[in-house]
Design a protein around this ligand. Structure first.
Ligand SMILES: O=C(CO)[C@H](O)[C@H](O)COP(=O)(O)O
Ligand SMILES: [Co+2]
Length: 225
């Protein structure tokens, strides 16, 4: 299995200006982003409402970067085909809302997208033990999902380390470990040292006047391994 060499920086459009999303996505692509993170929230799994496949379809022509769609919604299986058709490259569902997680992961793969599974801070790694051989990405939430701009929960670094060990033991060095919530140039090294190789950053990138400088600061900090 291919080892993933570089840390991927994925700005979250949750903190972008929704009145000009195309421009906002182009801005971070020009600024050196690797992926675009798209947060779909349903007001049920999380206490916030954001966007659906129509927005993914709208931003798709504005970037060549992979669209990394994070579904914070109940019954995600109802919407996986629409998000895939809209142009999602990665579709990540939360283990907490998927009693038939194996079926949903394979539904995502059959739709043509890469499959991710997300875990809230209080959700144990044991929930995904039986699915590790089937996934392309595991997303470790380092905040409780629902809002941008929250503080990184530092105790999650131990969970990231344990996950990396489990994946290595299975020879799955190709699986992305994505970290989402509170990533800044200060917290990025903690996540990367623990074993993460995809860093979502919403407010730290879109809240900055110079997005390119913000991405570069996170990338530099993350290179200190
Ligand atoms: O999934 C999310 C929230 O549920 C967002 O991706 C995340 O919060 C990014 O925002 P920030 O970097 O500001 O914490
Ligand atoms: Co997210």
């Amino acid at each position: 299995m291919k080892q993933i060499e570089n840390v991927q920086i994925a700005p979250s459009i949750l903190s972008a200006d929704f009145a000009k999303l195309g421009e906002e996505v182009r801005d971070v692509e020009q600024g050196g982003a690797d992926w675009i993170h798209v947060d779909a929230m349903d007001g049920r799994f999380v206490p916030n409402l954001t966007l659906g496949p129509i927005i993914v379809e709208a931003i798709r022509p504005h970037t060549k970067l992979p669209l990394d769609v994070h579904l914070m919604i109940v019954e995600p299986e109802k919407y996986v085909p629409a998000f895939a058709k809209a142009g999602a490259d990665f579709i990540t569902v939360h283990a907490e809302v998927c009693p038939h997680l194996h079926r949903v992961v394979h539904q995502i793969k059959e739709s043509g997208a890469k499959a991710g599974v997300a875990l809230n801070p209080a959700t144990s790694l044991s929930c995904i033990e039986e699915i590790l051989d089937d996934v392309d990405l595991i997303l470790i939430m380092t905040v409780n999902p629902g809002f941008g701009g929250q503080r990184f929960i530092e105790s999650m670094t131990d969970k990231i380390s344990r996950l990396r060990e489990q994946l290595n033991a299975r020879g799955r060095r190709d699986v992305f470990i994505e970290v989402d919530g509170g990533i800044t140039a200060d917290t990025a090294p903690l996540a990367v040292k623990a074993g993460a190789n995809v860093l979502v950053a919403g407010s730290a990138v879109y809240g900055a006047h110079d997005r390119a400088a913000a991405i570069q600061a996170i990338r530099r900090a993350a290179a200190v391994k």
